[in-house]
Design a protein around this ligand. Structure first.
Ligand code: 2AM
Ligand code: CA
Length: 263
């Protein structure tokens, strides 16, 4: 029987509360009960409501912790407080909006210059992917390990694709073409935090994406590390939490992907 720490228990409770509101809204979107015109506002409200619930629950449980969150302008930096929650209330908003059941609630806890806990909750499947520094990574109460593939040819690699003119599309096409010829398969799921949780769980062998935000990757980074993998910068020196450029997987897969992406 797994013992959940106080922090993990608080994070799970906050995510579960928020998920009630998120799933109610997802049900409306799935049943197409939201007009196309009103969809953006509806989804923005769903994001804000979920974030408010998480913010309320976490501040009630822990005083004087900072918050770095996707919605709104009240973003503190991770250097403002000893402890900072890093939150994405709905990661994979475009999927959520389109009735595609692949999105997550991402909550991480940073202490000074390191991540000490992370949770990615997949509310549709009621799956908690969570990790704590030095304790390992888990899916509900099952211990997780990244896969042990030594080469790319049998690997399934998740990726992010730039959208709406953001990012370098030409460079992405070159990278994707180079990786595509060497792997068993590429997957674009559309929620970076859950993609990283899938790496930790060994559902995919690796993941890369450029230009993400701290709340997309924070929980996933500690999940992958505690599952025995690497979550690094694409150029290997940069900190993916700060730059948003991330490659993850076991050490062999990360090295191979870095070689291709940097050449
Ligand atoms: P979000 O859903 O919280 O915005 C995947 O590429 C990542 O980019 C997701 O984690 C997603 O986080 C973010 N993203 C923002 N806008 C996007 C869009 N239009 N399409 C796909 N991903 C988007
Ligand atoms: Ca996000």
């Amino acid at each position: 029987m797994i013992r959940y720490s106080a922090n993990i228990t608080i994070m799970m409770a906050a995510a579960r509360k928020a998920s009630k509101s998120i799933l109610r809204d997802f049900g409306e979107l799935e049943k197409l009960q939201v007009s196309i015109k009103g969809q953006n506002d509806f989804v923005t409200m769903a994001d804000i409501k979920a974030q408010e619930i998480i913010h309320y629950e976490l501040s009630r449980a822990r005083e004087n912790y900072g918050f770095l969150m996707e919605e709104g302008n009240n973003k503190s930096s991770i250097n403002d407080n000893e402890f900072t929650w890093i939150i994405d209330p709905i990661d994979g908003t475009l999927n959520f909006m389109n009735g595609i059941p692949y999105f997550g609630i991402s909550i991480a806890l940073n202490q000074k210059d390191k991540l000490i806990a992370g949770l990615v909750y997949d509310p549709v499947h009621n799956d908690f992917y969570w990790a704590e520094e030095g304790t390992g990574a888990y899916l509900n109460d099952q211990r997780l390990r990244v896969t042990n593939k030594s080469t790319l040819d049998k690997s399934v690699i998740a990726l992010g694709i730039p959208f709406l003119g953001r990012g370098d599309h030409k460079q992405h096409i070159r990278s994707q073409e180079a990786v595509m010829s060497k792997v068993a398969g590429l997957r674009r799921f559309g929620a970076a935090s859950l993609d990283l949780a899938y790496v930790a769980a060994g559902k995919v062998d690796g993941f890369w994406e450029y230009g993400l935000s701290p709340w997309d990757v924070a929980a996933g980074i500690i999940l992958v590390k505690e599952a025995g993998g690497l979550a690094s910068g694409i150029d290997n020196i940069e900190n993916p939490l700060l730059t948003g450029n991330i490659v993850a997987g076991n050490v062999n897969i990360v090295k191979e992907l870095q070689n291709i992406l940097n050449s």
